[in-house]
Ligand binder design. Structure first.
Ligand SMILES: Nc1ncnc2c1ncn2[C@@H]1O[C@H](COP(=O)(O)OP(=O)(O)O)[C@@H](O)[C@H]1O
Ligand code: SF4
Ligand SMILES: [Mg+2]
Length: 350
């Protein structure tokens, strides 16, 4: 077997925004890689810096009030230092992006087919319109749109939300990207449609060997599709590992909270419980040391120091986390009854 090809290498990326209230440290030193043919899921509550991280890779957070540090190497070039013109060439072609709301990216006055054809020909001007039309039909079939040959003539409003998201994925694939970034691609969709869209993403990964970054606030969504997971909290990665690492031996109390809320939903207890009591900290003035400290029932004196993102597990050097607790202590504390969760005052079972 040949070693997997590293597509993207992000090193100590920091993004801050100067606002009237002060400096918002939206992304505070994140490091990760994406290999060809793998799905990396970035998971965390709303406001944890997921979208700012991935939009920065595409140059979409550039502006007067934004400041960047760190590197993001893709195809031999640093996306953070690249010029706007260089990034325009990469964006939509070698790196494609799918957003939560397809309506904001589709033009309501043009037929679906015309928009896919345009996407193909912007990056590949030598392709004729007829060839591009054939490719558009083929792409629509590949993402599971029935009767694609007829439906290229439809307008966006004639498609359901799920079908529009399939069109967005077809457009994202139009120029055979090496890396596909999907930011909450299923969040606005009904649950059965979510599963279909994730199936399509997985199939495309298998067929094309593209790397995928899947951003979501819902750890349950990634259980069937992610190869590796990075958990983000308040602008930092707090735990990273394979799907098995994160689901079966999670090391960070915040991950336990995310896992606990999925299990409870599966068990159909009354309604969807909040993942973790309390609110994420303000990114204007986050707490010193471990950012999770104000919400962590297991916090102790050392937690006012910042825990590095390192593996504390000799058997799993590729499974780092940012929590000071000893691994054996974690394995005891995360067990809440017969499931993994974040014990609170009410749920502690001794
Ligand atoms: N242009 C901006 N100026 C100031 N703050 C911003 C800007 N863009 C994002 N933020 C802040 O950065 C934080 C992270 O946002 P975001 O990455 O969108 O979170 P997520 O995608 O995880 O929900 C939020 O607190 C958000 O308000
Ligand atoms: S470092 Fe301390 S506060 Fe942070 S998650 Fe671990 S125990 Fe909780
Ligand atoms: Mg977001």
């Amino acid at each position: 077997m040949t070693a997997p090809e590293t597509l993207l290498q992000v090193e100590d990326l920091r993004v801050s925004f100067a606002t009237e209230e002060g400096v918002v440290r939206a992304v505070d030193g994140i490091t990760f890689t994406v290999q060809a043919g793998e799905v990396l899921a970035i998971v965390g509550e709303s406001g944890s810096g997921k979208s700012v991280s991935v939009m920065t890779l595409m140059g979409l957070t550039r502006g007067q009030n934004a400041r960047f540090e760190g590197k993001a190497m893709f195809d031999g070039r640093d996306l953070i230092a690249a010029s706007d013109a260089e990034l325009r060439k990469v964006r939509g072609a070698a790196i494609a992006m799918v957003f939560q709301d397809p309506m904001s990216s589709l033009d309501p006055v043009y037929r679906i087919g015309a928009q896919i054809i345009e996407q193909i020909r912007v990056h590949e001007p030598k392709v004729s319109k007829a060839q591009a039309l054939d490719r558009a039909v083929d792409l629509m079939e590949r993402v599971g749109i029935p009767r694609a040959r007829d439906r290229v003539r439809s307008y966006p409003h004639e498609f359901s939300g799920g079908m529009r998201q399939r069109v967005m994925i077809a457009m994202a694939l139009a120029n055979s990207p090496k890396l596909l970034i999907a930011d909450e691609p299923t969040t606005a969709l009904a649950v059965p449609i979510q599963a279909q869209i994730l199936d399509e993403l997985r199939r495309l990964r298998d067929q094309t060997g593209a790397g995928i970054i899947l951003v979501t606030h819902d750890l349950g969504v990634v259980a069937d599709i992610a190869d590796r997971i990075a958990v983000m909290y308040a602008g930092r990665i707090v735990e990273q590992g394979t799907l098995e690492d994160l689901f079966y031996d999670p090391q960070h109390p915040y991950t336990w909270g995310l896992l606990g809320s999925i299990t409870r939903v599966d068990r159909n207890r009354a309604g969807k419980l909040p993942a973790i009591p309390g609110q994420p900290p303000s990114l204007l003035a986050p707490p010193e040391g471990c950012h999770f400290r104000p919400r962590c029932p297991h916090a102790f004196d050392r937690c006012t120091e910042l825990p590095e993102l390192v593996s504390r597990l000799p058997e799993a050097p590729e499974h780092p986390d940012r929590c000071w607790l000893e691994p054996e202590r974690k394995r005891t504390l995360r067990q809440v009854g017969d499931q993994i969760g974040l014990a609170t005052g009410e749920t502690v079972i001794s």
